[in-house]
Design a protein around this ligand. Structure first.
Ligand code: NAD
Length: 269
């Protein structure tokens, strides 16, 4: 039996991952650490799971708290770090909080992993394809330069490189994953696909930024959970931090869509 610590496990991807792990690894115990900000909801985790006290524990707290993070990492074999402030538009207006949570929160987690390096088997840091900024080459691969364009993306770039430095300097068993855009259940309504759907249902015009020709790669969240699980289960020398030829830290579906075509599909055109 393994114990897996999931930070941000009440958010969109985190709660889907908790459900995925609970169903697919029935011998394992799951610990969630989450502050329950506006995007995190305890109800995102199915009642069947949070009632299962033998296999599930929830801690209301912040990844910025050294004490709580150390206590939970000490008890865990695997860490999957999702917790972050995640909304690009919000980051434009309140960026300090993004740097605190996304960078310093990751620093707290990475330090705890280092402290308990003898027992932690794998540290998955969930970064984002946003660290690449606007595509210079297509498809974007992990060789693409980091060129983050928003405060959110910059904070995530800082966290991404911080984790890499802990792998490089101290040899922590870190794997950095950079998923492309996600969609699926429990995503907050501020994000583009839920917002388009709810607006369309209410007959509110769907607006896109720019000319609508921005392209995005979309992946269903369950597929991402499967890829995170694969990064946990693979031999560490095959997946430990980039650059490694065998690994693919970008998680995408290779199905890019124009913003305007997403609007048209959701509107039934
Ligand atoms: N959604 C996407 O399309 C996407 C794509 C690539 C990468 N990511 C990354 O995946 C991760 C999860 O994204 P999401 O879409 O599920 O985000 P989300 O905003 O839905 O969930 C984030 C979760 O983190 C929690 N949280 C925030 N601050 C915290 C803190 N200080 N301590 C503990 N918990 C805290 C929130 O309460 C929430 O439950 C993030 O790191 C994000 O950068 C998301």
């Amino acid at each position: 039996m393994k114990t897996i610590l999931v930070t941000g496990g009440a958010g969109f991807i985190g709660s889907n991952f908790v459900r995925y792990w609970y169903e697919n690894y029935p011998d394992d115990k799951i610990i969630v650490l989450d502050t329950l900000n506006y995007a995190g909801r305890f109800q995102n985790i199915p009642a069947m799971i949070h009632k299962d006290a033998d296999r599930f524990e929830f801690f209301l707290g912040s990844v910025l708290s050294v004490e709580i993070v150390n206590t939970l990492v000490e008890r865990s074999d695997i860490i999957v770090h999702f917790a972050a402030e995640t909304h690009v538009t919000r980051s434009i207006y309140e960026s300090r909080h993004f740097f605190e949570v996304d960078v310093l929160g990751t620093h707290t987690i990475a330090n705890a992993v280092l402290k308990y390096c003898d027992t932690v088997e794998r540290f998955i840091h969930v970064s984002t394809s946003e660290v690449y900024g606007t595509a210079i080459t297509r498809p974007m691969t992990e060789d693409h330069p980091l060129n983050s364009c928003s405060p959110y993306a910059s904070a995530k770039s800082g966290a991404d490189r911080l984790v890499y430095s802990y792998y490089y300097t101290y040899g922590v068993p870190a794997v950095i994953l950079r998923p492309f855009n996600q969609y699926g259940p429990y995503q907050h309504l501020e994000k583009v696909i839920p917002r388009f759907i709810t607006s369309a249902l209410r007959d509110i015009p769907l607006t896109v930024h720019g000319n609508g020709y921005a392209m995005r790669d979309w992946l269903y969240v369950d597929d991402t959970c499967g890829r995170i699980a694969a990064a946990i289960k693979a031999p560490v020398d095959k997946v430990a931090c980039y650059p490694r030829p065998e690994m693919d830290p970008c998680i995408g579906g290779n199905r890019t869509h124009l913003a305007v075509s997403v609007v048209m599909k959701l509107s039934g055109y």
